[in-house]
Design a binder for this molecule. Structure first.
Ligand code: TTP
Length: 396
């Protein structure tokens, strides 16, 4: 079966991280987010991958090329992000026979994608506590049952099975992709799913684990998931006076200096340097050419390519974009004194992250002055700066 992977979205909720790097290419452990989806499809036996690209799509094409893991990869360009059905429709000329569609920004448990391909026509679902925030499947309730409908954000959900954005469609669905725009003005894949459900016996495939990576703290959660899957591997240059505990990966070309303690899961990528005397813990990703210097503690964070946290700093539960420079003594607070969930601004609205601990999100090129204090849930836009000694409590 061919697998269409949707990777043309703008990722507006992921800003500022998605401004120069398109969301599908943001780092999740040792590869871009979308590569986890493509890997799941290949592991399930996809015979060809069709990647739908749009916003900054060339970086996706450069990563995968014409062939990836021995499987042919082709590309369909979606000019305007007019919705998920429109995205699959852009790939129409590549399709014949039954085909799968996967969201390029979702992490799936691999075994379920296997079952999805085998059960075609089928829809992946995840059991959730509050289904009314999702597209919800109705089923006929017999055994694993059969899907009888799909409703967007229903007030009175018929099941707790949320649509998880992974589908195996019969060949006929290729002709049903041109659906009218929905109330929110997008051509939605759920309208295609509804027709498949009407015309075919469609199996629900329940996922054990799933993550929709739309907002910056979900990028942290994605890294928590995928870093935990790594096996310990030390290929880089590690001082005898460093202590590496648990599932730590130090890639070839990375340096770990004396006095460093790293508690896994942690991934130190090629060209990165840690130490001397640094402490890295939690699920932490240090990207290529990033520098974590003397007396710096990094916990449960993503430190992107080319970023420096060089001296005397604490960074917890945070995502730092590319080429960020934190001045000496910059500290991040990641916990409120009232223990309430940390809130974050997404498209102009303050929303709960659902996390008790969340630090800051810094866009590419952010520079902080020495002794800057950053409060929980802060967003620093691309290129933002702070003055020495500042306490920053509002997004900038
Ligand atoms: P969304 O998460 O709805 O959109 P997005 O990724 O652009 O993010 P945001 O809402 O923050 O702007 O998209 C779900 C998946 O579908 C994702 O993998 C991107 C893809 N997609 C397209 O390929 N084309 C489209 O027109 C849309 C809307 C989404």
């Amino acid at each position: 079966m061919k697998a269409v992977v949707l990777a043309a979205g703008q990722g507006t909720r992921m800003r500022p991280l998605s401004e120069s790097v398109p969301k599908p290419m943001l780092p999740v452990a040792d590869r871009p987010l979308v590569a986890h989806t493509v890997d799941a499809a290949i592991d399930a036996g996809a015979e060809e991958i069709v990647l739908v690209i749009g916003y900054e799509g060339e970086t996706v094409r450069d990563y995968f090329g014409p062939e990836y893991r021995g499987v042919s990869v082709s590309y369909a360009l979606q000019d305007e992000q007019a919705g998920t059905a429109d995205a699959v429709n852009a790939a129409r000329d590549h399709l014949e026979g039954p085909f799968a569609v996967l969201n390029g920004d979702n992490l799936y448990d691999r075994a379920a994608i296997d079952r999805l391909f085998d059960a075609c026509p089928a829809v992946c679902a995840i059991e959730v506590a509050e289904p009314s925030n999702y597209g919800v499947l109705s089923t006929d309730g017999s055994g694993e049952g059969c899907v009888t409908g799909i409703t967007e954000k229903p007030d009175d959900p018929p099941t707790n099975l949320a649509n998880a954005g992974a589908y195996a469609f019969p060949a006929a669905a290729r002709e049903w992709l041109d659906v009218p725009a929905s109330e929110r003005g997008e051509h939605e894949i759920t309208d295609v799913v509804a027709r498949v459900i009407d015309e075919y016996e469609t199996t629900p495939i329940t996922l054990e684990r799933w993550l929709d990576v739309g907002r910056p703290w979900e990028l942290l959660e994605a890294n928590e998931w995928k870093l935990a899957d790594l096996d310990r591997r030390i290929d880089g240059d590690v001082s005898e006076d460093a202590t590496l505990e648990g599932a730590v990966v130090v890639e070839d070309g990375a340096t770990v200096e004396p006095g460093v303690v790293i508690e896994g899961p942690a991934l130190i990528r090629e060209g990165a340097s840690v130490g001397p005397n640094a402490y890295v813990r939690g699920a932490t990703l240090i990207e290529p050419d990033a520098e974590v210097g003397h007396a710096v503690e990094i916990k449960n964070s993503v430190i992107s390519r080319g970023t420096s946290v060089s001296h005397l700093s604490y960074v917890g539960d945070s995502v730092l974009g590319r080429d960020v420079n934190l001045g000496a003594g910059t500290n991040v607070a990641n916990l409120r004194h009232d223990d309430a969930d940390i809130r974050f601004t997404v498209k102009g609205e303050r929303v709960s992250t659902g996390r008790r601990k969340f630090g800051v999100v810094a866009g590419d090129g952010v520079k902080t002055g020495i002794n800057t204090s950053l409060t929980p849930g802060l967003k620093l836009e691309t290129g933002a700066t702070t003055r020495p000694g500042e306490t920053v409590e509002r997004d900038r």
